[in-house]
Design a protein around this ligand. Structure first.
Ligand SMILES: Cc1cc2nc3c(=O)[nH]c(=O)nc-3n(C[C@H](O)[C@H](O)[C@H](O)COP(=O)(O)O)c2cc1C
Length: 243
């Protein structure tokens, strides 16, 4: 099987990386070469996102003092304190608004996109700009709250000040997991963490108001005595519902 760039798609390599990946909570002191992290960050940016709005930033924390402070804000978890690098995943509707502008400018300036493609992008970005503009106002939040009570499946509506931040966060997670799987493909272990004080991490990074942090990722090489339990998952028959 080949993709559009005529590169082989090695299932075995993907499977090996996916199975290498475990949540590791104790890393040794070996530093990760900077180029390796750059590679991972670059691949992460290729993750899909709604409307290609990429509503996130990846904060690469390598500087020892800041890394130590953030590790403390991650409740002092061993995974964080022993990590070679931390990646703080930051999301916000505001970033999506800026992306929409940048994407529109790219579309208008493009000499490669045809008239139809340009019209499609203008329409799509217009729709997203309306949702992100008016739609992310707190005014809508009580309505979304009510809608979710009456029709629980509407709980994920991407509108209102909370809904739009949830939307940004769940988009960011695709990039986060791409980075995590990429790390595994390079023999680098990781631990995704949601056990942290978001206000403390936001303050340490000087994040603008309205930013949320869906995840902090610890990266490093596994310590010899790191515990990894046998992997357990629900049976496939419970997870997959075939229609
Ligand atoms: C969103 C998310 C948050 C997590 N938060 C933490 C955490 O704060 N601390 C931790 O030690 N592990 C954390 N984990 C790791 C999970 O415990 C781990 O992925 C799960 O037990 C399955 O094990 P495996 O990743 O080795 O397959 C988190 C995982 C995810 C996806």
């Amino acid at each position: 099987m080949h993709n559009e760039h005529d590169l082989p798609l090695p299932w075995g390599a993907f499977r090996a990386a996916n199975r290498f990946r475990r949540a590791v909570r104790q890393f040794n002191s070996t530093p990760i070469p900077e180029d390796e992290i750059r590679d991972l960050l670059e691949e992460a940016t290729l993750a899909p996102s709604s409307g290609n709005l990429q509503p996130y930033e990846l904060h690469w924390v390598r500087e020892p003092a800041l890394k130590a402070s953030i590790a403390q804000a991650c409740n002092g978890q061993k995974a964080a304190t022993s990590a070679a690098d931390l990646i703080v995943v930051v999301a916000s509707p505001e970033i999506a608004k800026q992306t929409a502008k940048a994407q529109l400018a790219y579309v208008e300036a493009s000499t490669k996109l045809g008239v139809d493609a340009k019209a499609y992008y203008r329409k799509q970005m217009g729709m997203f700009q309306r949702i992100l503009g008016l739609g992310s106002s707190a005014f809508w939040s009580p309505l979304v709250f009510l809608a979710g009570l009456i029709r629980p499946s509407l709980s994920l509506l991407p509108i209102g000040h909370i809904g739009s931040r949830h939307w940004a966060a769940r988009n960011a997670v695709f990039a986060a997991h791409t980075l995590i799987l990429g790390a595994a493909a390079k023999g680098i272990y990781s631990c995704p963490m949601e056990g942290f004080s978001a206000p403390k991490v936001a303050k340490l990074l000087g994040l603008p108001r309205g930013s949320v942090i869906p995840l902090v990722i610890a990266l490093g090489y596994r310590a010899d005595d790191a515990r990894i339990e046998e992997r357990w998952r629900r049976p496939l028959t419970d997870i997959v519902v075939r229609h």
